[in-house]
Design a protein around this ligand. Sequence first.
Ligand SMILES: N[C@@H](CCC(=O)N[C@@H](CS)C(=O)NCC(=O)O)C(=O)O
Length: 203
Amino acid sequence: MMQLYYAGTSPFVRKVTVLALETGQSAKLERVATNPWSDEDPLPGTNPVGRIPALRLDDGTVLSGSQLICEYLDSLHIGTKLFPPAGPARWQALNQQYLADGAMEAGVASVVERLRRPAQYAWPDWVARQKKKVERTLDSFEAMAKQGELSGPITIGTLTIAIALGYIDFRMPDLEWRKTRPALAAWEAVMAERPSLAQTKPA
Ligand SMILES: N[C@@H](CCC(=O)N[C@@H](CS)C(=O)NCC(=O)O)C(=O)O
C-alpha cells in the first residue's frame, strides 16, 4: 500500500486526498501522520525538503509535492483524467493549478508568520505582501469565473482553485473574498457540494 505523509490542515495534502476520492483510489493510500515543524519528526528521512505531501510507493520510491503526486495518481486509473492530455485544456488546467497553489503558498506563509514566528521578529509588511498575492489571485479567479473558464469537466485546475478557496475561508476569513467576487462565490458554492470537497472541508 502507498503511504501518504500528511498533517491535518495542509491544503496541499487535501489536493491529494481529493484527487484520490475523485478517482476512486482512497483505499490505496495509507496515511502517515507527520509534524513538518518538529525537529524530531522523521519526515526529512522520507522527503529531504521536509515538506508534506510526500508519497512512498510500494517499491520504496518517494514522490514529493502535490502536483507530482496528483499527476502520478491520475496516471493509475482508467476513468476520466483530471490532468488533460497535452493541448489548450491542459495548459489552462496547469495554469489554474499553479495560481491556486500560489495563493495557498501565500496563505500558508502568512499563517506561519502569524502562528509560528516569535513575536519579536514579526514582519507585518511580509504578511501584507502575502495578502496582496492572495487578493490579486482571487481577482484573476473571479475573471475566469465570469468568462466561463471554470465551467466544463472538472480538472486538477478547478479542484485546486476550490481547495484554495476552502483554505482562505479556513485561515483568512477576514478577507471576506465573496463580497467583491460574486461569480467566483456562485461557482464555489456549487463546487463545495462535490462529495470529495464536502468530506475534506478543513475544520
Ligand atoms: N508546493 C508544495 C507546497 C508544500 C507545502 O508548502 N507544505 C507545507 C505544509 S502546508 C509544509 O510541509 N511546510 C513545512 C516546511 O516548509 O518546512 C506542494 O504543492 O506540495
